[in-house]
Design a protein around this ligand. Sequence first.
Ligand code: FE
Ligand code: FE
Ligand code: FE
Length: 169
Amino acid sequence: MGLFTKDIETFEDLYQHQLQDIYYAEQQITKALPKMIAKATDPQLRAGFETHLRETENQIARLDRVFALEGHTPKGATCPAIDGIIKEANEVAGEVSDKSVLDAALTAAAQAVEHYEIARYGTLIAWAKQLGHHESAALYAETLEEEKATDAKLTLMAESKLNAEAELA
Ligand code: FE
Ligand code: FE
Ligand code: FE
């Protein structure tokens, strides 16, 4: 289903599409994170990616709960945005040879992923509330806090250490 095809008529349809979009995105992220873990050198960065991989698996379980609450079968819709963010991350990572510079690149790429998720979950919360899906909104809010915390941890790591190490490379 393409974005804004005739499959989306109502606001509820639009909301469901957004839910399917983030479901797909979270699944792509669980596939991308192991590759980022393998490429990262800084132990704290690797540990951060490992923690967020486990969180992401739980976020998918939360989305399964949302589908169940709303009476739908879990289903993903291809998200060209997350595919693009991950593709760009892989391309940039493939072009960096120094380990410290690569860590800085991986951090920036991960932050792009988190910002995409923060945007999507913010919208999902607002739309779910408007449509009366209050339990779903509460579940999205739990995930949104994890995405924001991950982004903040990445900023702290970059600014306190990783960027300076990359500069020295
Ligand atoms: Fe996520
Ligand atoms: Fe999308
Ligand atoms: Fe995330």
